[in-house]
Design a protein. Structure first.
Length: 422
């Protein structure tokens, strides 16, 4: 009996030690798992795939009267239309002061960590920075509308390298200044100088060294940030130039295919949206929307449909289920169009031109009238659940919203606002 008693006591002590250790492990998990979930190493234009979709869950399906809680705002970062980039628990924005381009780095509570002069910036018309900062593997990539791209070390903010698309690659500037958030895939960074010799280039993202240069179609860039297609027989980078959608071989720069995309002003700021062999393109000034189908492993393309009314200028579009949502430009409605057929399901008047993103099954529609809408995707009607007015900030309501870890970030000119939506 004594032996049995000693064995039981010993096992109980062992169990107690294991329970204590398990509690310690759970405590460590409670501390470190949220940190892991909150960490985001890289950031770029319009979300992970440049399609305006933010992979967030548990967001509010309805806002309180007057809108969600404004957690903080920061004013005094110069004029800008550029979106927010968030990575490694820091918020990166650019702004124009006089004729200077500044980088502003905020912490997650909205406090300014540092402000750094980057270089000169466009002041000819619609003054304000345009290009969203790209954060990638410990470096920041910042473009200006004078055709320059700056690579900075993320930790020190020291310049690593710089390229001038006008002087280094025979680029040509355009009416409103060059606007492109560069695309990074692997070790390559893709830019569109729009020159006759160097129409698109691929550089080493770490050194700025030229990997390849493509003559492309020899036409100017057109305010478009490129996207990557990697599931076809040829890896492709697609973008809009003067009057065409063009696909470049990501490995060699060879033009794989092109398809006409024209409007009255040759302005095409919206990045194409790619899904399962289909490429959706939308442009303003009566250019309309169209769906293209890739063929022969991506080596060719054909037009499936075109909707001339749905002509978004620069606010982007969202695919949600079997439908695509965007506002018009000359045709000033908010549209829902069937992704497969191009049929207009509805067009809602009187909400202005909008930027639109998607998160947790809901549309976030930011109108240039200053109204922020929470909208349920619905092919039968513009199904507004909640709304509020953006009263802080300056000038045009043109900046695309960003959602990160349950926070909606809205920029209006010189002011950034953070709203709790989770």
């Amino acid at each position: 009996m004594k032996i049995i008693y000693l064995c039981v006591v010993k096992n109980l002590r062992y169990l107690q030690i294991n329970i204590i250790q398990m509690r310690k492990n759970f405590l460590l998990l409670a501390i470190f798992v949220p940190a892991i979930l909150l960490a985001q190493k890289n950031a770029q234009w319009r979300g992970e795939n440049r399609d305006g979709v933010y992979n967030e869950t548990g967001l509010l399906k309805q806002w309180p009267a007057g809108g969600p809680q404004l957690m903080w705002s920061y004013t005094g970062m110069g004029n800008s239309f550029a979106s927010v980039a968030i990575a490694n628990a820091k918020i990166y924005l650019t702004g124009l002061e006089d004729d200077n381009l500044f980088l502003y780095v905020l912490d997650m509570s909205g406090k300014l960590i540092t402000k750094k002069l980057i270089g000169k910036e466009w002041t000819t018309n619609h003054t304000g920075t345009r290009c969203t900062v790209v954060v990638n593997d410990g470096k920041l990539y910042i473009g200006n509308s004078l055709g320059q791209l700056f690579c900075l070390d993320e930790a020190t903010l020291n310049e690593v390298w710089k390229k001038d698309m006008l002087n280094d690659f025979d680029g040509k500037n355009i009416m409103w200044g060059m606007v492109e958030s560069p695309l990074i895939v692997g070790e390559k960074i893709f830019l569109t100088p729009g020159g006759t010799t160097h129409n698109m280039v691929a550089l080493n993202k770490n050194t700025g060294a030229l990997i390849w240069s493509s003559k492309g179609l020899g036409t100017t860039s057109s305010y478009c940030s490129p996207v990557y297609i990697g599931d076809q027989s040829i890896p492709m980078v697609i973008t809009a130039t003067l009057q065409d959608i063009v696909a470049f071989n990501a490995n060699t720069g060879e033009v794989v295919w092109s398809h006409p995309q024209a409007n009255q002003r040759n302005i095409h700021p919206n990045s194409p949206i790619y899904r399962d062999g289909m490429v959706f393109c939308i442009t303003g000034y009566r250019g309309g929307a169209m769906l293209l189908r890739l063929k022969d492993g991506g080596k060719a393309v054909e037009q499936v449909w075109k909707n001339p009314e749905m002509d978004n200028q620069m606010g982007g579009a969202i695919k949600a289920g079997d439908y695509v949502y965007a506002s018009g430009h000359n045709h000033q409605f908010f549209f829902c169009v069937d992704w497969n057929t191009g049929e207009t399901k509805y067009k809602e008047p009187q909400i202005g031109q909008t930027n639109v993103i998607l998160a947790d099954g809901m549309l976030y529609v930011y109108s240039d009238t200053g109204t922020m809408y929470l909208v349920k995707p619905n092919p039968d009607k513009f199904d507004v659940v909640s709304r509020f007015e953006v009263t802080l900030g300056t000038r045009e309501h043109w900046t695309h919203p960003v959602i990160h870890n349950g926070i909606l970030y809205l920029r209006h000119g010189d002011t950034l606002m953070a709203y709790k939506i989770k």
